[in-house]
Design a protein around this ligand. Sequence first.
Ligand SMILES: [Fe+2]
Length: 378
Amino acid sequence: MNIGEGIDNQSFRILIVDDNQSVRDMLYNLLTQEDYECISATSVKEAEKVLNQNEIDLVISDIVMPGSEGGLQLAEKIRQSYDSEVILMTGYVDEFSFDKIVGMGVSDFIPKPISSTSELLMRIKQVLVKRMSYKDRDRAEERLQKNIDSMKQLLTGVVNTLSKTVDVRDPYTAGHQRRVAKLATLIAKELGMSQKEVMTVEMSGLMHDLGKLAIPQAILSKPHKLSELEFGLIKTHSRVGYDLLKNISFPWPIAEIVLQHHEKLDGSGYPEGITGEEMLYEAKILCVADVVEAMSSHRPYRPALGVDTALEEISDKKGQLFDSRIVDACIRVFEKRNYSIEDLESNGDLSYYMSQLDDFQLNTEQTPTEELLSFGVC
Ligand SMILES: [Fe+2]
């Protein structure tokens, strides 16, 4: 296959810049016969006017022209301000170094007089084919970015929807996950964690009780103290949540954080009874936020205990059940908010953090469609 075969010359616009009318006319006629769209200019100034008003794929310019500016200056202006390829021509070949000119970003350097029009056409075609492949790559990158943005929006929507399914199932604690996610996010920010870590905390918080979907509603909303058996069932929700989330290829350890959100530093938590050394830091934050929100809020079996009581509880157990730095950060969060829990109702920042992620990619070799299937979306 010949270079550029199948490429439509009509799709390229070429600007010919030469003070010599016979050269301009020769190039103009030659290139328009090949179906290229051509515009002529007699000087750098005129060429700039054309470049300002038209999209030009290729500028073919003489180097030496009357006045202070010639092809080299034009090539530099194009490099700085315009998106066009450049081919320079000159009758004074010995005065210019090919390497130096190509080093300026010029695509080709052709001696005058033009000895072979077929060679000239071939070299022009080579430059334009290269340009087209760069443009195709740019378009592909643009398409990829759009797909990534769509995936981010989709993921945010799926996480929020999954979070709300628990509210539907357990209306007595509706909004608990959202408030825990918000408080955990504030704590993570207070601790100076990165945007990606804060987002991981928020995402895990929004789904940390997903496993409660498997708990009978009668137990979730029971207005009395739970029996040992019932509490045993409630305790399964961390693992059920983990099982539901583990096959989604999040680029962050969301399922593991959900699994660990009831673990405690001293190993007295559940389901594994792991200690602080084995717990993920994000899980330690969720653990504190979960306890504070749960104690501060109304439950079917008791009225709200209030923020002060909740903060006293985590302070008492600081270093034993809860990470000390996280507890201190949580207390500072409430000090700054005058001990109000109301503003935890506001919407989270998940979509904002997601949009800021510049290295978003799912940990998978699956196709996007397989990803969607793994979310249960289609
Ligand atoms: Fe929980």
